[in-house]
Design a protein around this ligand. Sequence first.
Ligand code: IMP
Length: 422
Amino acid sequence: MSQVTISIGAQWGDEGKGKWVDVLAADADIIARYQGGNNAGHTLYVNGLKVVLHQLPSGIFQKGKIAALAAGVVVNPEELVAEMENVKDLAELSPETLWLSSRAHVITPWHIYVDGRRESQMTIPIGTTKRGIGPTYADKAARTGLRLGAYVNTRKLDQWMHDSAARDPVFAEHLKSHAAQWEAFRNSQAKLAPFVCAAEENIRAAAKAGKSLLLEGAQGALLDIDHGTYPYVTSSSTSAAAACQYIGLAPKAVTSVIGIAKAYLTRVGTGPFPTELKDEIGKQIAERGHEFGATTGRPRRCGWLDGVALKYVAELNGLDGVILNKIDILTGLKEIKMAVAYDHPTLGRLTSVPSEPDIYEACEPVYETFAGWSEDMPKTGSIKDMPKAAQKFVQAVQDYVEVPIIRVGTGPGPGEGLTGNR
Ligand code: IMP
């Protein structure tokens, strides 16, 4: 039977998914990214070289595998071509090994402009990556978007530009005032055309033939448009349930769901973050963990692991296992904390993530405190090789979230990590 694994970010993104998806990809024949666009940034090390991927799935560096961008993804054509160019010596990219869905929506210079304009007009900006993600998904929902299948066809692309200009005089003006950008945008057409195909049909046929699939989510479950901390979320569904919809697979095909979380928590952009540390410890975690955005370079807000939020994500996504990443960053801290509830000034004690941002904003975390450790973290081996205090912390996370911690990340390198509980 075909194995279908979904990997998701179990926090607000930046969990270090790139490295772990690469590990999980070893067991897959096809690695398909199912949502998001070049707002993502996955850092991994290939043959000792640091590579940051924004759109290509993290599994492309494994020989003999197929990588796909499915219907739910939004594609920036120029950036994708640049990324393909950048990795061409490290990965085998051909129409046989890279499938770009003709149904995926295209991010145009217009969408990037609208993203920036909306952000500047908001009383409290979302803090988007300004990559045009929201406006592209908005056009998709409004049924006025441009899909990859149309983008690579000159007649259809011309028609879309004409219709959009006829509908909106500001768009028409943008075409004229940003002519060079639009010209550059069109230039990637021919380069992407050979890769554009019915990716979803190909994926279903491969699954039927017994091939194993890894469905790769971008961003994180708390940025999900429905279940995340709305409105401070991204514009797609980052949850495991969405993988099937966005890839065109029946839910019954899925065999496991893996969530990747850090041993602490970060967030980029605006929005509630009860366990945020605005003190020296927060700064120390940011520096040691290199918590600066791979896409925008923005410093990430840092805080303690939020067990309540992680449990919410585990339940929402039916996680079968958690990979707890970057535990080495906590080495040397006197004590470590994990939120196990929230106290709200009027609602009292809460044990789940509230849906209203103002309520979440007013929550104070209730912490369980653990002793820290100063011994070096082993780079490989089992979690039983970790300092005792770290083992205690990992066990407590597992017990609280009620999902096995299957791996613990102890360094950025490809082999750096400990096997955990199954
Ligand atoms: P957008 O996806 O660019 O529209 O941004 C919406 C929100 O999601 C902002 O708070 C971003 O900082 C956040 N976001 C989007 N992509 C990522 C990511 O890959 N990592 C972390 N945060 C992200």
